[in-house]
Every structure is written in structure tokens, then in C-alpha cells.
Design a protein around this ligand. Structure first.
Ligand code: NAD
Length: 496
């Protein structure tokens, strides 16, 4: 019988009472790995109620004690990295190496959460007016919720709940229904790390379950990562229900190739960043902008790209895995067909086959040149192993083209010129900028800041900045008179 994935509510893994289940398929074979429940309204309410009750005690747990849970958690995640990566690879399709990276980037956020105390320090100014002092505290919010996409089933949930919980909140996670098994493993290890049993809850499902969370009066903040249309919907609906919302959305990331760049390294990085993980990364490079004579490298790029082949997650030969679903594959094939009308196709991966895996969602590497900015393939986030090439004469033209693009998640420039790099960094309207680094995802002690349609919400977050999202600042202005009791200078420490 097919395994039925459990919900994680009130500190227990429980079987959902729902009648609605979806199959979770291995993207290389279509084998059914498990069934995921679409949680009922009653189950969602129970999870929120339990998280609300847990908050009362958890917010008063000293931050160093909360940090210790995260220290044990990061240790357990490291010990179980390979096992989590295998679960992840099987349900998502990405290669084992890639999956280990997915888990590792999440562990780095947990390390940051384990160092939360200094980030929760307020600010003080003595004598804002004569004998009056002001200071601010950073306080927890309450129950927060996270809605995550399929493409990083470990890293993205780990962007959210460890930071929120370390800040003293409780958390409801709604992972992608396409690869939900990884989240349950993360929860199992969190419990093992000694987290109080109901500070984290996991609700499975799709749109209706998300809607319940967006409208629930007891949820204070929503973190979302996913596509642009859903991101806009989440931002609008969440804020309409007066919640704090951060919404990380889609992308179209450009790499500028200057003629003075190191040719071999540029091509190598361009191949890896455009087709790695089958292009299913929000920071994948999907457009290469060749400046001046660098366009002569396109033939070499083609040769390199043709050498990388997709395959199953557990084969060392696989350059990347399948797309997440047959629907995703059909969508990418349709876009490739459209691209053939709009541009010149140098490599067509739409009829890709992998020996021994006739049912996999395979798309081979695909390369277009002569791409116009008003074409559908340029305007759409393809989310497949497809690279578009555009040629321009100058760096100024490249910057103008990229700044006119509605997305602003990531970008990079490959050049040997400090002057060109400096100009690019300064003028480009994109959140993450790499200089000779193709996918410049920052470490969690920086913030992750998509611009334009790649991010909705006032509080740029993930990593260190997440503290400002998951907390509220309270500023106190005080004055004391001669006969009042509060006279000691050491106001904070009382260890007895
Ligand atoms: P998606 O938007 O389809 O789904 C994301 C989440 O939203 C899932 O949990 C899903 O169940 C839920 N959802 C889907 N449709 C919904 C609806 N109509 N109403 C409410 N909830 C809904 O995204 P995906 O296909 O899982 O992920 C790929 C997308 O995520 C890409 O666009 C990619 O660029 C983006 N992404 C962005 C970042 C970033 O940091 N900006 C990171 C990773 C992925």
C-alpha cells in the first residue's frame, strides 16, 4: 500500500482525516513515493491553536536557551545531511550532490539562528532629554507561517522556521505538495534536537490550505517563496488580512559577459549556472548578455553545453535531474517551440531521452541566440535548462537592458576590469550581484533582497534581516524620580 504522509500537529505526526490526497511522484520514473494529504480546515485550526498556546511559553524562553536548541539542530542536520539529501533527491529529482548543497545552505541558516541573541539586542540612548532615557526592545510576534516552493525542499523551509522560532515565535510550515517528504524529516530532527513539541507544526496541501493560513486571524506573519503570480496573490491577500508578509517571487537572471573576461572560466560558470538543477533555481542564469566581441564565444559555449546530460539523481554521470513534473516538462517544451519561432535555436533539448528511464520528465540543455527582449521566451521565467543569448555593443547597453527587465533577483558580470565591475555593481537594479560569481546567493549573515517583481514586502529578509521580519521593536522612553525604587545602573542582569 502507498505510504500516506503525516501532518505534524501538536508535537505528533498524525494521519490526516481528509479525503483528498495527491500522489508524490519520483520525477525520473513516475513511481508513486507517497500520498500527501490536503489538510482539513479543522486540522489547520488545531495546528494554529496549538502554536498559539505554545507561543505563550516559548516567547519567555531566554534567547540563549532557544539558541541551544538550534545548536543541537544544526548538529543533527549535519549528521543526517546525506539521509535528508537522499529523501530530497528522490522526490525532487535533483542530483545527490546538488541535494546535499540544498541541505547545507539550510544548515548555514540554522547556524545563524543558533547565534540569535546578539541580533535581538535593542538600542539605547541616555539623556534623550535631560534625565530622560530611551531604549528599544525587540519582541516576538506570535504565530508565523511559511509557504515554500518545490525547488529547494530543505533550504527554503530552513530559511524560515529556525529564524522565526529562534526569535521566540511559533511556526506553521506549508511545504510544496510536489516534494513534501523532506519537510517531515526536518521536523522529525527538530523534535529530536529538543525543540518544545508544538513550536513547529506542518500542514500539507495546496491553494485551499494556503488560503486558510492567509485568512487565519491568529497568524501574524507570512513568509512565501514561489512564483510571481502566486507571490503577488499571497502578498495582496495576506496584507488584506492585515498580516505582515514577505513574498519572494520569480526571476529572470542575466549574466553579462565582457570581452576581457577569462573565457574558459566564464563559459564553465555559465553552463553550470544555467542548466544546473535543470535550471529550476530562482537564481539560475537564464540570459547571457554578450558584450562586443565576447559573442564569438557562443560556439564554444554550445560545445560545452552539449556535453552535459540529464539523468537520475543517484548516477554520477548525471549533469542534472529531470523537471519536477510532466506538467512542468510540457510547459517548457511549449516555450521551446515558441522560442524556435522567435529566435535561433542552437541546441534543442525538447526531445530528450534518458536510457532506462522512459517516463522521466527529461529536458536536455537548450540554447537560443538572437533573442529579442519582446519575445515570450525572454519575458517568461522558463524554469528549465534553457539559456538565452543576447548580444549588445557596450556595458551601458547591457545595464539598460537588464534594468528594464521587470525582475531583479540575481545577476552577475564576468570581467577582468575593476572599473566595469564597479560600474555594474553600482548601476544595476538587482538584489544579488556577482562579480565573476555566477549565482551570488549571500550567506545568511547578509540579507537576501530581490528587487522589483522578484520580491514583495517592505522587510527584506532571510538570514540576519529575518530578525527584523519576525520581531517587533518596542521603544521605551523613561524617566525616574528621586524616591522611585529603580535606581540601579545594572538594569538587565539578575541571575538569581
Ligand atoms: P509556486 O508558486 O507554484 O508554489 C509555491 C507554493 O505556493 C507551494 O507551496 C504551493 O502549494 C503554493 N501555491 C501554488 N499555487 C497557489 C495558489 N494559487 N494560491 C496559494 N498558494 C499556492 O512555485 P513553485 O513552482 O513551487 O516554485 C518555483 C518558483 O519559485 C519559481 O518561480 C522560482 O523563481 C521561485 N523561487 C523564488 C525564490 C526566491 O528567493 N525569490 C527561491 C526559490 C524559488
Amino acid at each position: 500500500m502507498t505510504k500516506k504522509l503525516e501532518l505534524y500537529i501538536n508535537g505528533k505526526f498524525i494521519q490526516s482525516e481528509t479525503k483528498d490526497w495527491l500522489e508524490v511522484l519520483d520525477p525520473s520514473t513516475q513511481e508513486v513515493l507517497c500520498e500527501v494529504p490536503l489538510a482539513t480546515k479543522k486540522e489547520i485550526n488545531l495546528a494554529v491553536e496549538s502554536a498559539k498556546e505554545a507561543f505563550l511559553e516559548w516567547r519567555d524562553t531566554p534567547p540563549p536557551e532557544r539558541s541551544r536548541v538550534m545548536m543541537r539542530y544544526q548538529d543533527l542536520l549535519k549528521k543526517n545531511q546525506e539521509e535528508i539529501a537522499k529523501i530530497l533527491s528522490k522526490e525532487n529529482g535533483k542530483t545527490l550532490e546538488d541535494a546535499k548543497g540544498d541541505v547545507w545552505r539550510g544548515i548555514e541558516v540554522v547556524e545563524q539562528a543558533a547565534n540569535i541573541t546578539p541580533l535581538l539586542m535593542g538600542e539605547t540612548v541616555e539623556n534623550v532629554a535631560r534625565e530622560i532615557d530611551s531604549y528599544s526592545y525587540i519582541q516576538s510576534l506570535g504565530v508565523c507561517a511559511g509557504i515554500t516552493p518545490f525547488n529547494f525542499p530543505a533550504m527554503i523551509p530552513l530559511w524560515m522556521f529556525p529564524m522565526a522560532i529562534a526569535c521566540g515565535n511559533t511556526f506553521i510550515l506549508k511545504p510544496s505538495e510536489q516534494d513534501p517528504m523532506t519537510a517531515n524529516k526536518l521536523a522529525e530532527l527538530f523534535l529530536e534536537a529538543g525543540a518544545p513539541k508544538n513550536v513547529l507544526q506542518i500542514i500539507h496541501g495546496g491553494k485551499s490550505q494556503v488560503d486558510e493560513l492567509l485568512k487565519h486571524p491568529d497568524i501574524k506573519a507570512i513568509s512565501f517563496v514561489g512564483s510571481v503570480s502566486v507571490g503577488q496573490y499571497i502578498y495582496k491577500t495576506g496584507t488584506e488580512h492585515l498580516k505582515r508578509v514577505q513574498s519572494f517571487a520569480g526571476a529572470k537572471n542575466h549574466m553579462v559577459v565582457m570581452p576581457d573576461a577569462n573565457k574558459a572560466k566564464t563559459i564553465d560558470n555559465l553552463v553550470g549556472s544555467s542548466i544546473g538543477a535543470a535550471g529550476q533555481r530562482c537564481m539560475a542564469i537564464s540570459v547571457a548578455v554578450f558584450v562586443g566581441s565576447s559573442k564569438e564565444w557562443i560556439e564554444d559555449l554550445k560545445r560545452e553545453m552539449e556535453m552535459v546530460k540529464p539523468g537520475p539523481w543517484d548516477s554520477e554521470e548525471s549533469g542534472f535531474g529531470p523537471l519536477i513534473s510532466p506538467q512542468a516538462k510540457d510547459r517548457v517544451i511549449r516555450l521551446i517551440e515558441k522560442g524556435k519561432e522567435e529566435a535561433k535555436c542552437l541546441i534543442d533539448g525538447s526531445r530528450c531521452e534518458v536510457e532506462g528511464f522512459p517516463n522521466g520528465n527529461w529536458i536536455g540543455t537548450t540554447l537560443f541566440t538572437n533573442v529579442k527582449t519582446d519575445s515570450e521566451i525572454y519575458k517568461t521565467e522558463i524554469f528549465g535548462p534553457v539559456l538565452l543569448c543576447i548580444e549588445v555593443e557596450t556595458l551601458e547597453e547591457a545595464i539598460e537592458l537588464i534594468n528594464a527587465n521587470p525582475y531583479g533577483n540575481g545577476t552577475s558580470i564576468f570581467t577582468a576590469s575593476g572599473k566595469a565591475a564597479r560600474k555594474y555593481r553600482h548601476e544595476i537594479e538587482v538584489g544579488q550581484v556577482g562579480i565573476n560569481v555566477p549565482i551570488p546567493v549571500p550567506m545568511p549573515f547578509f540579507s537576501f533582497t530581490g528587487w522589483k517583481q522578484s520580491f514583495y514586502g517592505d522587510l527584506h529578509a532571510y538570514g540576519k534581516q529575518a530578525v527584523r521580519f519576525y520581531t517587533e521593536t518596542k521603544t521605551v522612553t523613561e524617566r525616574w524620580f528621586e524616591d522611585d525604587e529603580k535606581s540601579s545602573k545594572n538594569l538587565t542582569i539578575n541571575l538569581e
